[in-house]
Design a protein around this ligand. Structure first.
Ligand SMILES: [Zn+2]
Length: 107
């Protein structure tokens, strides 16, 4: 952190450093039939809910990671933290760009 950083930048960098357990991806809530043909889901009953994380990759297909109910809250928080981290990076970049413009005006 540089000495002459604005309070706005300092606050953003502090918030960024406090974001833990970032997770990149989109949390998807879906339903499906299970493997048991005798189960209610095969006989008109409601299908089973499950959650997964869809992660874009450099390959054509997105990667999908199953998320258990026990991990759901953790993953939700991680995805939200990742999104906020991106917003902060964008804001910091905009502030740094604005500083460049200020400097060039003075020359
Ligand atoms: Zn079932």
């Amino acid at each position: 952190m540089a000495k002459n950083d604005s309070p706005e930048k300092k606050a953003l960098m502090k918030e960024l450093s406090g974001l833990g357990n970032l997770i990149r991806g989109s949390l998807i809530h879906a339903t499906r039939k299970c493997g048991k043909k005798t189960c209610r889901c095969w006989h008109g009953g409601p299908e089973h809910q499950y959650n997964y994380l869809s992660i874009s990759t450099t390959h054509a297909r997105n990667k999908q990671v199953y998320v258990s109910v026990a991990n759901l809250k953790k993953v939700e928080n991680g995805v939200a933290a990742y999104k906020r981290a991106w917003e902060i990076l964008e804001e910091l970049s905009a502030l740094n760009l604005a500083e460049l413009k200020d400097n060039s005006d003075k020359q």
